[in-house]
Design a protein around this ligand. Sequence first.
Ligand code: ADP
Ligand code: MG
Length: 139
Amino acid sequence: MTERTFSIIKPDATRRNLTGKVNAVIEDAGLRIVAQKRIRMTRQQAEQFYDVHKERPFFGELVDFMISEPVVVQVLEGDNAVAKYREVMGATNPAQAADGTIRKLYAESVGENSVHGSDSQDNAKIEIAQFFTDAEIVG
Ligand code: ADP
Ligand code: MG
């Protein structure tokens, strides 16, 4: 089923000029980038986005990281886009990520792991709505 997921190319990747290389992996996997913009996340946006992790010991570090440099927020569309992008990203910890995945190829650590992808269709809808209007998504 065609669906949409939300992606972020995180600061460690934008800093190293890897936006195009990450996008190549996304597109080679058959996912279409139907919206994309480079932004500086505000602290409030990052705290809201990662609210589910606010009790975790790494929350402060994660928010500081996400606002440290620009990020690229994206909407990806394709067959089973949520699950497919999770597969393309690889495990949260790059040391455990499978060969060919974005995190195996490019991530630096469990915290600075190059990409975010929604973990469910419900969260994809919520996350997309946090950063994009319907008019900005051109499928
Ligand atoms: P995922 O991004 O794979 O869905 P989680 O939802 O578990 O992973 O965590 C959200 C983000 O928080 C991770 O992508 C990573 O940037 C950061 N993170 C997760 N676990 C740790 C950790 N143990 N130490 C530092 N940062 C972490
Ligand atoms: Mg997650």
